[in-house]
Design a binder for this molecule. Structure first.
Ligand SMILES: C[S@@+](CC[C@H](N)C(=O)[O-])C[C@H]1O[C@@H](n2cnc3c(N)ncnc32)[C@H](O)[C@@H]1O
Length: 191
C-alpha cells in the first residue's frame, strides 16, 4: 500500500526530484522526494498561497506549519531574511529536505518537529488528508501558539472543505475571513 505523505518515517526510497520554484521573479530549484507531499512539483495550492497571501512581515517569528520539502518556509525566508522562520512537519524526511533546501539557498530556517511559539504569523497548506478530527486538533494546537495580534494564512481546496473549515474555525473562536478564491483554492486568514 502506498505510504501517506504524513508518515513520520517514510520507508520508500528517498529518490529526490528537482522542483522548479519561482519566487518574486527568481528561478530556484528545490529538492523533493518520494514519501513527502507533492514530491515532484510545486503543489498548485501552495502556489496560490505564495502568490495571494500577504507578504510576510520583515521581522518576527514566522511558522510554516506542515513544511513538506520546504517551499513555503524558503519563500518566507527569501522574502523576509531578517525574520526567524520556523518549519515544522511530522515527517522526518520532509524535515531533512527542508533543512537541506534552506541550506542550499543560504537561508536561516529552523526546522523542527515542535515549537511552543509564540508566532507572529503562520502560513500553511494544511494536511487535509489526515482527517477532520486530526486536522482540527492540529489547527487548534498551532493557532493557540499565535501571538495576540498574529494571523494564520491557510490554503484549502474548495472541494476539500475550505468553506466548512472556515465555519468551524469561526465557531471555535478563531475569526476567519476568506482573502481570495483562485483556481479552486481558498486562502483563509484566521486569528
Ligand atoms: C499539504 S502538505 C503541505 C506541504 C508543504 N507545505 C507544501 O506546500 O508542499 C501538509 C504537510 O503537513 C504535514 N503534517 C501532517 N500531519 C502533521 C502534524 N501532526 N504535524 C506537523 N505536520 C504535519 C505533512 O507531513 C505534510 O508535509
Amino acid at each position: 500500500m502506498a505510504e501517506h505523505y504524513f508518515t513520520a518515517a517514510p520507508s520508500s526510497p528517498a529518490a529526490t526530484h528537482d522542483v522548479p520554484f519561482r519566487v518574486d521573479g527568481r528561478d530556484l530549484v528545490l529538492q523533493a522526494a518520494a514519501g513527502v507531499f507533492s514530491g515532484t512539483r510545486l503543489d498548485p495550492g501552495t502556489a496560490v498561497l505564495l502568490e495571494h497571501a500577504p507578504r510576510p512581515p520583515a521581522t518576527g517569528r514566522l511558522l510554516d506549519l506542515g513544511c513538506g520539502y520546504g517551499p513555503i518556509a524558503c519563500a518566507l525566508s527569501l522574502r523576509s531574511p531578517a525574520a526567524d522562520v520556523v518549519a515544522v512537519d511530522v515527517n522526518e524526511r520532509a524535515r531533512e529536505l527542508t533543512a537541506a533546501n534552506a541550506a542550499t539557498l543560504g537561508l536561516a530556517v529552523t526546522v523542527t518537529a515542535d515549537d511552543d511559539g509564540p508566532f507572529d504569523a503562520i502560513w500553511s497548506n494544511p494536511p487535509i488528508r489526515i482527517g477532520k478530527a486530526a486536522l482540527h486538533a492540529l489547527l487548534l494546537r498551532w493557532l493557540g501558539r499565535l501571538a495576540p495580534e498574529g494571523v494564520a494564512y491557510l490554503v484549502v481546496q474548495r472541494n476539500l472543505g475550505s468553506d466548512s473549515l472556515q465555519r468551524w474555525l469561526d465557531s471555535v473562536g478563531h475569526p476567519t475571513e476568506r482573502l481570495t478564491s483562485v483556481r479552486g483554492y481558498r486562502v483563509l486568514a484566521t486569528r
